[in-house]
Each structure stands twice: as C-alpha cells, then as structure tokens.
Design a binder for this molecule. Structure first.
Ligand SMILES: *[C@@H]1O[C@H](CO)[C@@H](O)[C@H](O)[C@H]1NC(C)=O
Ligand SMILES: *[C@@H]1O[C@H](CO)[C@@H](O)[C@H](O)[C@H]1NC(C)=O
Ligand SMILES: *[C@@H]1O[C@H](CO)[C@@H](O)[C@H](O)[C@H]1NC(C)=O
Ligand SMILES: *[C@@H]1O[C@H](CO)[C@@H](O)[C@H](O)[C@H]1NC(C)=O
Ligand SMILES: *[C@@H]1O[C@H](CO)[C@@H](O)[C@H](O)[C@H]1NC(C)=O
Ligand SMILES: *[C@@H]1O[C@H](CO)[C@@H](O)[C@H](O)[C@H]1NC(C)=O
Length: 418
C-alpha cells in the first residue's frame, strides 16, 4: 500500500497538471511546488509542437444531429474533502458524470490499493449518486505519477493485473466507469504503451460485460491540455487513433498554463485564446481534434480555482502587467469560493477580458486570474460550438454555492435547444 509520503509525492506533481490543486488543510503537501511544474509549465522549456496552421477561431463544421446527446457535465470529487462536501450535497441537475478522486495502483502488484477511507466513501459516492434525481454516473478515477504508470503499462502481464483489479474494484463498489489519470506519459514508448493499455482495457470491459450481463463499464482518461507536448526535452504525442477506437472520452486539463513558476507578469491560467502563444485552451482542443480524436470524445476542463500575482505597480493591472511574485492564497492558488469572498471583503475590481475569455480581479497590488460566470459560460459555448462531448470541473468543493456549476450547465443546455 502506498504510504502517505508516496501519495504526497505524486500529489505534488499534480499541482502542475491541476488535477490536484488542493486547497484543503488536510493535504497541504498538494500545493508544494515541484520541479515538474517549473519545468513543464514555464515557457522556456514548454512547447506544443507544430501543426501546419494556426487553429481557426471559428467552430469546425460539425454536423448537428437531430438528437443531440445531453452531453457530459463532469466534476471531480476530491474524496479528501468528503466530510465537508459529502456526495449527498452534489446537485446532479448540474452534473451528469462525477469522478471519485482518487485511488491509486500499488507500486509493484498494480492492484488498486483501497484504504478504509476509500472503502467507506466509494460506496457512499456511487450509492448516493445513483439514488439521486436525476441519476448521475459515477466514475472511479485512478491516479498515478509518471513512474508507476510507465512501469504498469510496459508489459502485457502488468497491464492485465492492473485492468483486472480496476474492473473488480469498479464492480464491487458499483461504479459506471473507469477514468485513468496518468500524469504524464513521458516518452513516445509510454505513449504507445498507453495505447495498448486503452486497447486491452476496452477489450476487458467488453468481455466482462458479456460475462456479467451488466452494462459495459465506460473508459475515460484525464489528459494534458494538448496532445503533443515537449517536456524535459522529449516530445511525445498521445495516441489519437487508439483513443478514438477504445476510449469513450478523454478530458484535457485546460488550466494551469501560468502560475507561480513565472511571476514576471500576470496571466490568466486557463485562457481560451492567447494571441501570443499556443498555450491556450483553443489551441489544445484544436490540436486534439487534429490528432484524430473526434470532438464528441473531448470533455474540456474548466477550473474552479484561480492563480494570483503580486503587481509591480497597482496602477498597471491588465493581463500581462508586470508582477513581482505571487499574490494571495497558498502559493498563489485560491478556490473560486475564496476568490469571491476575497473580492467582496476587499472591494476588489473585477474585470472580464473578452480577448482571452477570462476573468481577473485586482485591489492594491494583488491580482487574481480566474474564471467567473461569464468566462465559464463563454467557454462552454465554445465547447458546444466545437461539437465537444462536454466539460468537466476541477474540482467540486471549490465553487461558490454551485454558481459556476450552474452557469456552465445552463450555458450547455441553452445551446442544445437551438
Ligand atoms: C528541484 O531540483 C533541484 C536540482 O535539480 C533541487 O535542488 C531542488 O531541491 C528541487 N526542488 C524541488 C521543489 O523539488
Ligand atoms: C517551440 O517550437 C517552435 C516551433 O517548433 C520553435 O520555433 C520554438 O523555438 C520553440 N520554443 C521553445 C521555447 O522551445
Ligand atoms: C480477475 O482475475 C481473477 C483471477 O484470475 C478472475 O477470477 C476474475 O474473473 C478476473 N476479473 C476480471 C474482471 O477479469
Ligand atoms: C474474455 O473472457 C474469456 C472467458 O470469459 C477469457 O477466457 C478471456 O481471457 C477474456 N479476455 C479478456 C481480454 O479479458
Ligand atoms: C535537448 O535536446 C537537444 C537536442 O537534442 C540537446 O542539444 C540538449 O542538450 C538537450 N537539453 C537537455 C537539457 O537535455
Ligand atoms: C502555434 O502553433 C502554430 C502551428 O499550429 C505555429 O505556426 C505557431 O508558430 C505557434 N505559435 C507560437 C507562438 O508558438
């Protein structure tokens, strides 16, 4: 069983991916900055690589079927916040798919290690969501850092052990699907092993469905915001074809593009459009489509947190204004809920920026880049216009009275009626 220390280590990695931006006191280590984050997110080593054309801002032509699927309104549920945010309070009118975050494979057997806390909350999670009206789907999200997943995916035998365990656990606890969070495949070899993992996983869930007579378990994966990326000098590309064929959907983590690793200027960490670089959600999503993943299999990430900067001068406060450090919040990260409270308490100025489709607030020398209702709604409209399968939030518990969850949900529904 992985000890706490090990868990902390990979959670730290997640501050970059944004899969785990912990704002809870229970796991302060989650916000520990890592070299991984410095390395991967700083523009100097970071690169998404070449596509022939700059992505168009116009929605790709997408045949709109007469019966549009309802779409995926997803949310990750951090189980370490369970006492404060139990599954019972999740409004399923805003969410169709909820992801239990997280369980992890054991480092040598690749069996999922289920703590007694997991045992208690996984059961509650699935039972509660299935009993709600409307009923929501419950996915088991399986997380691991680069080393463990790389090892696990490297042989047929280890993949089979892992897959067998995940299916067994998912069934035992009543989940509807499996969600893989390998953060991140590091080499082209990792990527081809990931393709095999997807393929064998799909086979196994089909097989299991036949023999059990139950509906097939869904298979999804949380992925980097763009499919092709250069980290640590190694370029690697997600297996678009295998994803198209074997995975029900992937969830690009479209946030954490900028943060405490570069405090020279303010920036929105989840901007939709960036005129100056390809580190943007629009570029990431276009790139995913270019590697062959059908738009309807893309579920776009939305952050329920912001990142802060300390302005060099309070009078220069646009996006890109000179900064000298991080602002409020632990290591420059704040939940949306805390941002709203902060803005009110300090009478901060709040601005919506249509060029990047993002929101920021400032007061004195403190500057916060985040998504408010308007930028969330614009992003959801973008997702709809591109024909995407849906969106997801990282993470439940960071919203302000479900306001962004509600804003996203209504923006999604509005478009589907037209
Ligand atoms: C980052 O790496 C450097 C050297 O590679 C090391 O000295 C430093 O402690 C590392 N920092 C973190 C946060 O891991
Ligand atoms: C990013 O990639 C482009 C095109 O391949 C290249 O010109 C540029 O120098 C790269 N930037 C960095 C920081 O590596
Ligand atoms: C997992 O392996 C065990 C032992 O071989 C087997 O009984 C079980 O059916 C397998 N489960 C799945 C989901 O394949
Ligand atoms: C599918 O199930 C059969 C028997 O139920 C088993 O022999 C076979 O190994 C399974 N294949 C996979 C890929 O799980
Ligand atoms: C990155 O790759 C280039 C060319 O392959 C090489 O010259 C350079 O030393 C590498 N840098 C690092 C930090 O590995
Ligand atoms: C963005 O990517 C396009 C290709 O998709 C490339 O031509 C362009 O130079 C890139 N822009 C930047 C700022 O890296």
């Amino acid at each position: 069983m992985p000890g706490r220390k090990w868990l902390s280590a990979f959670w730290a990695i997640f501050t970059f991916a944004g899969s785990i931006i912990s704002l809870c006191n229970a796991s302060p280590s989650l916000l520990a900055s890592t070299n991984y984050s410095l390395e991967s997110a700083s523009p100097s080593t970071w690169n998404t690589t070449s596509h022939r054309r700059r992505p168009s801002r116009h929605p790709s032509p997408m045949p709109h079927p007469t019966h549009l699927p309802p779409g995926i309104k997803g949310g990750y549920w951090p189980s370490w916040l369970a006492e404060k945010h139990p599954p019972s309070i999740i409004p399923t009118s805003y969410f169709t798919h909820l992801f239990y975050a997280f369980v992890a494979p054991e480092a040598t057997t690749y069996q999922l290690s289920i703590t007694s806390r997991n045992d208690k909350w996984m059961r509650k999670f699935t039972h509660t969501l299935h009993a709600k009206t409307p009923r929501a789907k419950a996915f088991l999200s399986i997380v691991g850092g680069p080393v463990i997943f790389s090892n696990l995916a490297s042989t047929q035998k280890s993949r089979a052990a892992f897959i067998n365990s995940t299916i067994g656990v998912a069934r035992e606890y009543g989940f509807d699907g499996l969600d893989l969070d390998w953060e991140f495949p590091n080499t082209p070899q990792d990527m081809s092993n990931l393709a095999l993992l997807f393929k064998e996983c799909r086979k196994a869930v089909q097989n299991e469905s036949h023999s059990s007579g139950k509906p097939r378990l869904h298979v999804s994966a949380a992925v980097y915001f763009a499919p092709k990326f250069l980290l640590s000098n190694v370029s690697r590309t997600y297996p678009g074809k295998a994803i198209k064929k074997y995975v029900d959907f992937v969830s690009p983590m479209c946030y954490n593009y900028h943060g405490s690793w570069d405090t020279s200027a303010t920036s929105s960490h989840a901007l939709l459009y960036d005129p100056a670089s390809n580190i943007s959600t629009s570029h990431g999503i276009s790139s995913w489509i270019k590697v062959g993943v059908p738009p309807r299999k893309l579920v776009m990430g939305l952050p329920l947190f912001g990142r802060t900067w300390k302005l060099k001068s309070p009078s220069a406060h646009v996006i890109g204004a000179p900064a000298v450090g991080t602002g409020t919040g632990h290591r420059g990260v704040m939940s949306y809920s805390a941002i709203v409270d902060y803005n009110v308490a300090n009478s901060a100025n709040v601005a919506y920026d249509p060029h990047t489709v993002s929101t920021y607030s400032y007061v004195g020398d403190n500057w916060i880049g985040y998504d408010g209702p308007r930028s969330i709604q614009e992003k959801v409209k973008f997702a709809r216009a591109r024909g995407l399968g849906g969106y997801f939030f990282w993470a439940l518990g960071y919203d302000k009275k479900w306001s962004l969850s509600a804003a996203a949900s209504s923006a999604w529904d509005k478009k589907s009626k037209s």
